[in-house]
Write a protein that binds this ligand. Structure first.
Ligand SMILES: C[S@@+](CC[C@H](N)C(=O)[O-])C[C@H]1O[C@@H](n2cnc3c(N)ncnc32)[C@H](O)[C@@H]1O
Length: 207
């Protein structure tokens, strides 16, 4: 595998030197997408948030700024992402508002029925068995809790299809496909938003 391909494969589970580079650069590519999606998030202010696949932890910090009364648990299965999220959010962790744990969404060990909001920014591409992962997310939400999925892809755009062919285990989904998975997994009131210019997609589902 060539160096460029090794580098872009770090999006799936950042590790080692290339993983550090990827995590440092991630905000550059992702922050505008995350901010766009968070600007559309018009739900009652959550008190308990789970951020799944937190990467470098930038969005975890932004969610806590948007919801000043909330506490947040950030989860990632990459030890490097966990380390980076802790480093980037030291003050929030020290104040007791953020907890960061190593964990896999396909075997989620968070407390059942605890969360008002679960957020997944740019990560579901890599989740195996989406039905199972979405059921796990439903399991940690309160009844009436929300699940926000954010992707720079609408499942059909050419750029992400190009990456999909080069990143092992990557999948993309259209909003219609996501809605099917979500409804199978215990969600209702599924609403999808598409950016006017880009393929950015935000899907909000309610348990
Ligand atoms: C492309 S990065 C996105 C990171 C961050 N959310 C962002 O938008 O910049 C994907 C992240 O999801 C994590 N991830 C992928 N599959 C996961 C899984 N099954 N469980 C937990 N984390 C996962 C990866 O380790 C990586 O940190």
């Amino acid at each position: 595998m060539g160096l460029f391909r090794k580098f872009i494969n770090q999006t799936r589970k950042p590790e080692g030197f290339l993983g550090k580079l990827m995590l440092n650069g991630m905000s550059l590519g992702h922050s505008k997408i995350a901010d766009w999606a968070m600007s559309l998030l018009d739900i009652p202010a959550p008190l308990e948030i789970a951020e799944l696949g937190c990467g470098n932890g930038r969005d975890a910090g932004e969610l806590l700024k948007k919801y000043p009364e909330a506490k947040l648990t950030a989860v990632d299965y990459s030890p490097l992402s966990v380390e980076k999220t802790k480093k980037n959010n030291a003050a929030m962790i020290q104040s007791g508002r953020m907890t960061v744990i190593e964990g896999d969404v396909s075997d989620l060990k968070l407390e059942a029925g605890k969360f008002d909001l679960a957020a997944a920014f740019e990560t579901i591409y890599f989740w195996p068995d989406l039905d199972k992962c979405f059921r796990n997310v439903a399991g940690i939400l309160k009844n009436g809790g929300y699940f926000m999925i954010v992707c720079e892809s609408d499942g059909e755009d050419k750029i992400t299809q190009w990456f999909k062919q080069r990143i092992d285990g990557m999948n993309t989904y259209t909003p219609v496909e996501l809605e099917k998975y979500l409804r199978h997994s215990g969600f209702s009131e599924v609403r999808a938003s598409h950016h006017d210019l880009f393929a950015w997609t935000m899907v909000l589902a309610r348990k």
